[in-house]
Structures are given as structure tokens and as C-alpha cells.
Design a protein around this ligand. Structure first.
Ligand SMILES: [Zn+2]
Length: 444
């Protein structure tokens, strides 16, 4: 393992820094707010992450032209364009408020000693380390979910409603919550228990076993989710017989795509926004069109969208994405195993007794800023795949106009941001901005 010595030496260095920091802070009389160097690093990383996101959001808001860009003159009228600007401004402001709230909540809980407080309570129940860990993490996840619920209600029933997107009834909203909770417990619970057990009981190579177990579950979910999990939230009907279905099947035949079925999903159950996606693999792979998309686009445009999705399959993008996430999971577990050895990281969160479950949680917190950095190359890679799938669709259908038309109509239906700032694109965009896509399609 080429990284071994490097990682070990960096832990050695961190230990030294920690010992020095502790010596310095031992002079102070403030025991509650004693600060170790990891506190400073993690805090700085979390704050930096927020600042970068805020700056990116504000840059994108400022980047929007006041009037409809020429390319979209045939798609948006002025009124619609103003509506799109207003929608994106409203959503961005709301996002800023809700992430500020989440950050303040986290920092408040952290510096008030909340992690140690909950640990003392849960340990007091006298269960073994794995059940204790399940309760500890479960309660925190549940607590965060409850506190973020008002934001989710506001977003769906106020913002999306005001702009005419929302179709979610309160009943669907509540059922979605309950189903997600049940799935979280039924699937997340055992996975979490397995990870805790491997790290707790299988020695220094626990991270490898955890990696294998999580990878196996991830692959099984990829296989089973389209058939067994996604139908819990939506209805999937085979595309009805007729011109569109015939055109898609004959196109699939022409490009040698082993189609089993094209599905239409009742996306309109929750929102008027439109989309299409490709999911699963093996006999459970599916091309799914939202019913809203079928309604908005004409048959040529729909065929182009389907060709784009088949392009992802033909160009082997799916196995590449799966491979990357398997590698990412492995690196994560390796880093976690290193993290768990450093007692100072637990003191940084004011937790007295190190445990695998608290380590896992703190590692997750520290990982969020790292994830922001990692997402830059990963998003760039994904955007390249999108360009490739677009080119594939144009080359195989011989219709660049239909794909451009379909993409524009999607932007209009979804009131998309037309001119995201390059920083926002780098951080958040798994798909290229529409204008870039259209330009690339025309150049193909
Ligand atoms: Zn795509």
C-alpha cells in the first residue's frame, strides 16, 4: 500500500502538534472551551466550505443577464425569463438561510458539549458498543431531520407552490417521510451496524471488510432499487404503444441497445418539473421518462433525450461511475481507520471516551469540506460524460435540432439558471450549463 508510510508519518506529525497545543492550552484556566489544533482545523474547514458556497451562489446570481439571452429568444418570453430569475433568486436566498441555520446548529451543539452529553446518556443505557452506536447516530440523524423539516415544508409548499411547480399533497409528503424513515432504518441500520462491527471487532483490516460489505450492498441496491425500491415512491408504467415507442425501439435496434422496456414515471405526483434518467444494470436497467417530459416534448425531442440516455450506457459511463464510487468508499474507510487512532480528534469534539461510532460521525463532519474539493474533479468528469452522451445522441439520431430543442424546452419548463458562474459550475454542476451543451452539439 503506497500510502501507508505517508499516512503514518502525517499522524506522527499531527500527534506532535497536538502535544504542543495541549501544553500551551494547559496554561489557560478555561477548561470548557479548551481548544486543540484539530478544533481549529475542522472549524476552519467547515467555515471555509460555507464561505465558498455563499460566494459561489452570489456570483451566480450576479451573473444572470437582465434580458433573455439570444439563444433562448425563441424559448423564453420576457415574462417567463423574469419568472426564472425570480425563482432562482428565491431558491438561492432560501438555500443560504437554511445552510446558515444548519451550520449554527452544528457549531452550537458542538461547542456546548452536545456530543459528549448525548454520549453519556446513550452509554448510560448499558448496551454494547454496536447498539449504543446505532442509538447515538440514529438519534442525531433523527434530530437533524426533525429540525430541517420546517425548511423542507417551506420549500415544497411555499416556494415551489408559488412558482407553480408543486403537485405534492400533504399526504404524499408525509408518506414520503415515513417511507424514507422506514427504508433508512431497514437498510441504513444494518449497514451501519456492520461497519461498526467490522471496525470494532476485526482488527487493523476492519476497514477492508467494511469496504467489501458496503460495496456489496451498493451493487445489490443498484440492481434491486429500480425494481423494488423506486416503485415505493412512484408508479412506473411501460411507455404506451404508438409512434414514440416504435421510434425508440427501432432506434435502440439500430444502435444495438438491448432494450427491455421504456418506463414512464409519474413525476407529476410531486412536481411539474421534467426529467429523464437511466438507472440500474443487468436485467433491471431502465430508461425512465417523467410523464411531465412526455407531455412537454415532441417525439423527435423525446427520442433525442432517450438517445442521450442510451449513450451513457453504450459509452460505459455507468460502470465507470460505479468503479469510482467503489474506490472512493475504500479511500474513505482507510482514512476513517487512521482517524480512529487519533484520540485528539475526539477531544476536539469534547468527547471523553473515543468510540468507533463517534469517530465515524466526526469523520463525516470533517469529510464534508473534503467532499466539496473532491466534487470538483468528479463533476468535471461527469460533465465530460454528458458532452459525450450528447454527441452520441446527435451522431446516431442525425438530429442536432431535436436535442437542442428538447434541452431548451426542459430549461423553460424547469425555469433553469441559464448563466451559472464558472465557480458554481465547478462546485455543483454534474451537467454542463445549457449554453455550453448547445454550443457543443452545434459544433458536433
Ligand atoms: Zn446525461
Amino acid at each position: 500500500m503506497p500510502n501507508g508510510p505517508l499516512l503514518l508519518s502525517s499522524i506522527g506529525v499531527s500527534r506532535l502538534i497536538w502535544i504542543e497545543a495541549r501544553n500551551v492550552s494547559s496554561c489557560s484556566h478555561n477548561t470548557v472551551f479548551s481548544v486543540n489544533v484539530y478544533t481549529v482545523i475542522i472549524l476552519a474547514a467547515l467555515v471555509a466550505e460555507s464561505v465558498i458556497s455563499v460566494v459561489s451562489d452570489l456570483l451566480t446570481l450576479r451573473n444572470q443577464p437582465d434580458t433573455v439571452p439570444d439563444e433562448f429568444a425563441d424559448t423564453f418570453d420576457e415574462e417567463e425569463y423574469d419568472k426564472a430569475l425570480d425563482y432562482n433568486r428565491t431558491k438561492t436566498r432560501f438555500g443560504l438561510v437554511s445552510s446558515a441555520f444548519a451550520l449554527v446548529l452544528l457549531l452550537g451543539f458542538w461547542f456546548a458539549g452536545g456530543f459528549e452529553w448525548l454520549d453519556t446518556i446513550v452509554r448510560g443505557w448499558g448496551f454494547g458498543p454496536i447498539v449504543t452506536g446505532l442509538f447515538y447516530i440514529g438519534l442525531l440523524v433523527l434530530g437533524r431531520g426533525v429540525l430541517s423539516l420546517p425548511f423542507s415544508v417551506y420549500s415544497t409548499f411555499v416556494i415551489e407552490e408559488r412558482f407553480g411547480f408543486n403537485e405534492t399533497t400533504p399526504k404524499t409528503f408525509v408518506l414520503d417521510l415515513l417511507k424514507s424513515l422506514a427504508l433508512g432504518i431497514a437498510i441504513g441500520g444494518p449497514i451501519l451496524a456492520a461497519i461498526l462491527w467490522f471496525f470494532e471487532s476485526t482488527g487493523p483490516y476492519g476497514w477492508i471488510y467494511a469496504w467489501i460489505a458496503v460495496t456489496a450492498v451498493m451493487l445489490l441496491l443498484q440492481f434491486f432499487a429500480p425494481r423494488y425500491l423506486m416503485p415505493l415512491f412512484n408508479d412506473f408504467e411501460p411507455l404506451e404503444k404508438g409512434g414514440l415507442r416504435d421510434a425508440i425501439l427501432s432506434y435502440a435496434d439500430q444502435v444495438d441497445f438491448p432494450v427491455n422496456e421504456i418506463y414512464v414515471m409519474d413525476g407529476s405526483r410531486r412536481s411539474n418539473k421534467a426529467n429523464a434518467f437511466f438507472t440500474g444494470f443487468g436485467s433491471n436497467r431502465r430508461i425512465v421518462l417523467f410523464d411531465t417530459l412526455v407531455e412537454e416534448l415532441d417525439n423527435d425531442e423525446l427520442l433525442s433525450v432517450v438517445a442521450h440516455e442510451m449513450g451513457h450506457y453504450k459509452l460505459n459511463h455507468i460502470p465507470q461511475r460505479i468503479a469510482i464510487s467503489i474506490v472512493q468508499t475504500g479511500v474513505l474507510f482507510l482514512l476513517l481507520s487512521v482517524f480512529l487512532q487519533v484520540d485528539a480528534l475526539f477531544s476536539a469534539f469534547y468527547v471523553d471516551q473515543p468510540a468507533v461510532y463517534t469517530g465515524l460521525l466526526f469523520f463525516g463532519l470533517l469529510y464534508s469540506p473534503v467532499d466539496l474539493l473532491l466534487s470538483i474533479p468528479l463533476n468535471a468528469w461527469s460533465r465530460r460524460h454528458e458532452f459525450q452522451a450528447d454527441r452520441y445522441a446527435v451522431n446516431t439520431t442525425q438530429q442536432d435540432g431535436a436535442l437542442v430543442g428538447g434541452l431548451k424546452r426542459l430549461a423553460e419548463t424547469n425555469l433553469s439558471t441559464l448563466a451559472p458562474h464558472p465557480l458554481t459550475v465547478a462546485l455543483d454542476y454534474s451537467h454542463p450549463p445549457l449554453l455550453d451543451r448547445i454550443e457543443a452539439i452545434r459544433a458536433a
